[in-house]
Write a protein that binds this ligand. Structure first.
Ligand code: SF4
Length: 353
């Protein structure tokens, strides 16, 4: 049974004019209201029915943790079945906000450097729970009178998006449809689940958002140690897939990104850079995003600043576009790999039973 908000909304609005349907959608997704009661332009009877049958938000706030630099806010949200989800709001120097959204509670991928992976998978988030992380932060930005607006979304929080394919796709359709976020302003980050990657290039309903593959090593053995989901022959299959992707999404703005977390002594040598350059050449249209590591409770430590810069120079001197991701929210355990659904006291909110 389809229990999504879109389906319940269609039930409640069946028989209404297309004008009313648009009005109700705009009320929910336009970002101007905080509840059905505020939507005065809808007839009272309809408003009351919507209020009774369709919860305004599928997640509720447990706590917000602002960073000291006021450039990141982590939200701990609770789902209706009592699980904790974390999302992060980040602000750049131009007052543009990005929301980092979770797609699962926990994660089954078990990447060695990631706090979420230690939890294991509890469950997939629904399309509404994914969308409502952004709707929650839209309200937070307005209510807290933060100047600027949410312009970008990255699906890089808890979970592997392509392991929750249908719900993620429907959430993307809501982001790019009624919520009006452009496809090139949304990035789905994946460990590189090949069945999901293969599916999305052939899926006419998959919005043409950007894809970032968490590569982290261009040597299969090193990658297997970091990311146990790496199968034998993964890198060759990824290269082959990247050509399908370029064919399906030929626009330059839909470029593929390789995320590369730099870990001291693991994947930051000149030899590692050479392998990354060779792989990138086989792919063709790709950008590299180097990520300084935020320590979790794992045994790894990040490469030092000099090594990060040296690694960057090795890559860019070969004509490959490379950036270094600015880390935000490290002091509130909101940076990459740190999300684990915990309250400020470190207690984890889950309801796996
Ligand atoms: S890095 Fe991403 S895919 Fe890997 S365990 Fe963490 S949340 Fe899952």
């Amino acid at each position: 049974m389809d229990d999504s908000r879109a389906s319940r909304l269609a039930d409640v609005l069946s028989g209404e004019s297309s004008f009313r349907i648009r009005q109700a959608e705009e009320a929910l997704y336009g970002g101007h209201f905080r509840s059905w009661t505020e939507t005065a332009s809808l007839p009272k009877v309809l408003r009351e029915r919507l209020e009774a049958e369709i919860p305004w938000l599928s997640v509720s706030k447990v706590a917000i943790f602002p960073s000291k630099r006021s450039d990141a806010w982590k939200a701990l949200l609770r789902t209706s079945d009592g699980n904790g989800v974390e999302s992060v709001l980040m602000r750049n120097s131009r007052n543009h906000f990005t929301v980092c959204v979770s797609t699962q509670i926990g994660c089954a991928m078990n990447c060695a450097f990631c706090a979420t992976g230690k939890i294991g998978l509890i469950r997939n988030l629904s399309q509404d729970e994914i969308v409502d992380q952004v709707r929650f932060f839209r309200g937070y930005v307005a209510d807290s009178k933060l100047s600027g607006e949410i312009t970008n979304i990255v699906l890089m929080g808890m979970g592997e998006p392509l392991a929750n394919y249908e719900e993620v796709r429907e959430a993307l359709r809501t982001f790019t449809g009624p919520m009006g976020i452009g496809t090139t302003r949304i990035t789905v980050s994946t460990v590189g689940l090949l069945p999901g990657l293969d599916r999305l290039v052939k899926d006419p309903d998959w919005p043409p958002v950007r894809i970032a593959v968490s590569l982290h090593a261009a040597n299969e053995n090193t990658r297997k140690n970091m990311m146990p989901t790496t199968s034998t022959g993964f890198l060759d299959r990824l290269v082959a897939w990247s050509h399908d992707y370029a064919e399906a999404f030929p626009e330059k703005r839909r470029h593929l990104t390789f995320e590369y977390l730099l870990l001291a002594g693991i994947n930051d040598s000149e030899e590692d850079a050479r392998k990354l350059i060779a792989l990138s050449r086989r792919v063709g249209k790709v950008r590299i995003n180097l990520i300084p590591y935020n320590s979790t409770d794992s045994i790894h430590s990040g490469s030092d600043a000099n090594t990060v810069m040296r690694f960057k120079r090795w890559i860019e001197s070969n004509g490959i576009t490379v950036t270094i991701r600015k880390s935000q929210g490290g002091d509130i355990a909101a940076a990459c790999g740190q999300l684990a659904g915990k309250t400020v006291s470190g207690e984890r909110i889950t309801n796996s039973g």
